[in-house]
Write a protein that binds this ligand. Sequence first.
Ligand code: 3PG
Length: 229
Amino acid sequence: MAKLVLVRHGKSEWNKQNRFTGWVDVDLAPEGIEEAKKAGQKLKSAGLSFDICFSSYLKRAIKTGIIILEELDLLWIDHLKDWRFNERHYGALTGLNKDEVKAEVGEEKFLLYRRSYDVPPPPLSEDDKRHPRFDPKYKNFPIELLPNTESLKDNQIRAMAAFHERVAPLLVEGKDVLITAHGNTIRGMVKELDGISDEDIPKFEIATGIPRIYEFDEALHIKKVYNLD
Ligand SMILES: O=C(O)[C@H](O)COP(=O)(O)O
């Protein structure tokens, strides 16, 4: 029975400052490094192991993957990166303090931007220095691929495209896969995998550093889902 494990990166420096982060490549905070170590230790105690690891293009998720693999003595396995596992692009909210945005736009709009399924925050202009086209990671990407804002649904569509293309075939082969990614990316994936409704998804939160385990049968039906709290 193949296993998929999803882990949100440990706390980042901007999580600590309560700022919308999205595609900004912020590093893990010291607490985040500890959370990643604990996640690795929990996986080890539960007897889990992996054949391959995927992360986003962002260092907070990549480092979380490395720290977990180190705890499991699995630094030798393939660790692949796919931009489609990046955090949701938070558009014009990128870098802003969440409490200040709430005070400015009001609670209702704040929740709509932050937790609704299909309403994206206002977009960034293509000339804005925060636009991904100025980030060397995406220098070879066609501009149409680079978001200037995203809803949770947009984030889910790209992450699940990567899942179906790269991860599902490995699970069918019986391989165990670790994905270290981001709060909204994992929320979107869990929404589709667990069949959570558009109405219920705003209430669903993903904690940092808590592994979520999916056990699949050969036909890729989910047999069991649980968190290692
Ligand atoms: O990008 C961010 O700001 C966080 O990683 C996730 O944001 P959220 O807690 O608003 O979903």
